[in-house]
Design a protein around this ligand. Sequence first.
Ligand code: 6PG
Ligand code: NI
Length: 184
Amino acid sequence: PVPPMRIAFDAAAATLSPEGPTLTRRMSDLEGLFADHDAWRDAAEGENPVVYSVVSSPVPEEDRELPQSITTIQPGTTGGEFWMTKGHQHPNHQGEIYLGLHGAGGLLMFDGERTEWIDMAPGVIGYIPPGWAHRSVNVGDEPYSFLAVYPGGAGHDYGWVLEHGMGHRVIAGDSGFSLTDYTR
Ligand code: 6PG
Ligand code: NI
């Protein structure tokens, strides 16, 4: 266990202090996510941009702890689909909360049958109930950041999303975004 601690966060800069591990996901890390596989491969083999990064607090991912992290998704589209996180299911089906910090995004959830979408913005809490796979999407033209708080023993199952999909895709349109069906 870690001692009680004070952790400062800067919503505009999307930083935590003190800071733990940081994860960066580039386009090449996102194979199988975008419907347009050719567009994905061109981007991955070309500039291979950073799509999102996750900075964690020093609280460990261990049972009974409550770690936090800030995810920042850069603005962009690939094959007409807004940039997004890989998305995952928590293997022991634990809940999680997100707090919007900066920019305009969305929280896409899928329980294997039903899809839910929550518009995320600064000041909005998105609640992920146990058993709902979740993916975050940047639907704006600036970076989208949110704080996540989750049970340390929750784990991350990425294979579930690759196998079952997320129910819908988030497509860029003339006036913002729309959700379209997909089963994979
Ligand atoms: C979590 C949170 C969140 C998430 C990141 C990156 O359970 O830790 O849902 O911190 O991991 O937003 O998304 P992916 O884990 O799906 O890449
Ligand atoms: Ni999660």
